[in-house]
Design a protein around this ligand. Structure first.
Ligand code: NAP
Length: 312
């Protein structure tokens, strides 16, 4: 086993790469596990117009490629591996990829969250081509068009309300006849004249894969089993996110919704020397720029922790 690294970063979205840029520039020679599928959620989006610094916007994968090059330019070592286990009870901390073990004096967890999907093949095929999991990112592309939102929680209401300011009409499809969302969000959505609710219904299929864009949706009434079609230009799936915290269960304190618990205003987890940045610890903002911000915080906090605990 190689000697312990000063900083190990797990995850390669905006939080991970920003942490890497800061740690590498501080001469901490970070080792980053990018996962086999690197780049995080931005790899699934198209045009990103709200990341500061790019007047005309840029494609999500292009933004991630830029961050990757910037992190590597300062000496970040990357491994395209999925971390399979960690042991934060030992010091240095242990990070495992299968049978191979790595050690780090600090670890920055930036494994992100995964938007839950309906599980339809067409949904995956049309992701970024009319199907989206982020209204703030993609709503702008559906100005004055027909939009559909799936879900009955606060996220779905928030997405529907946001999209109602852009689209011609917003249909909210929910699988029950009662919303899970908070009262205030329900009231706002229910009284919005642009929002129509389709109750007891599920999306059964999304058209049109052959044309490479969303043209409509087939709905199934879950009470009657009846099928119907609606013309739609944009389909927003808002049925929740799952933070990627499986390997940290039992190692780090998690919130009841499985996100990593951090000390407010910091990226400190329940284990001193382990920091969490980005969506894995943020179920509220979930933006690339906020993820990058907390990635920066994590690197600075790791640097400070090393200075205090690892005499030169
Ligand atoms: P959520 O509260 O878990 O709601 C998910 C919704 O999606 C539920 O209505 C659920 O239906 C539906 N759903 C789940 N799986 C589905 C499937 N396979 N097919 C169809 N529908 C499905 O998730 P969330 O809305 O993302 O909210 C997560 C947390 O963040 C909550 O605590 C929420 O309050 C908070 N949040 C707050 C705000 C805000 O205050 N502004 C904004 C966003 C999120 P059922 O109801 O039938 O289970």
């Amino acid at each position: 086993m190689a000697s312990a690294r000063k900083v190990i970063i797990i995850g390669s979205g905006p939080a991970g790469y920003t942490a890497a840029i800061y740690a590498a520039r501080a001469n901490l020679a970070p080792l980053m596990f990018t996962a086999a599928q690197w780049g995080g959620q931005l790899m699934l989006t198209t045009l990103v117009e709200n990341y500061p610094g790019f007047v005309e916007g840029l494609q999500g994968p292009e933004l991630m490629e830029t961050m990757r090059k910037q992190a590597e330019r300062f000496g970040t070592e990357t491994l395209a591996e999925d971390v399979t286990a960690v042991d934060f009870t030992r010091r240095p901390f242990v990070v495992r990829v299968g049978d191979t073990t790595y050690e780090g004096h600090t670890v920055i967890v930036a494994t992100g969250a995964t938007p839950k999907l309906l599980g339809l093949p067409a949904e995956t095929e049309l992701m970024g081509r009319g199907v989206s999991t982020c209204a703030t990112c993609d709503g702008f592309f559906f100005k004055d068009q027909n939009i559909m939102v799936v879900g009955g929680g606060d996220s779905a209401m928030e997405e529907a309300l946001y999209l109602s300011r852009l689209g011609r009409k917003v249909d909210v499809v929910h699988r029950r006849d009662a919303l899970r969302a908070s009262k205030i969000m329900q009231e706002r959505a229910l009284k919005n004249p642009k929002i129509e609710f389709v109750w007891n219904s599920a999306v059964d299929d999304v058209m049109d894969v052959d044309r490479g864009k969303v043209t409509g949706v087939r709905l199934k009434n879950l009470k009657t089993g009846g099928l119907s079609e609606r013309p739609v230009d944009g389909l927003f799936i808002a049925i929740g996110h799952q933070p990627n915290t499986g390997i940290f269960r039992g190692q780090l304190e998690l919130l009841p919704n499985d996100y990593i618990k951090v000390k407010p205003g910091t990226t400190e987890t329940s284990v001193p020397g382990v920091f969490a940045a980005g969506d894995v610890q943020d179920h509220i903002y979930r933006q690339a720029v906020t993820a990058a911000g907390t990635g920066c915080m994590a690197a600075l906090e790791a640097e400070r922790y090393l200075e205090a605990t690892q005499p030169h």
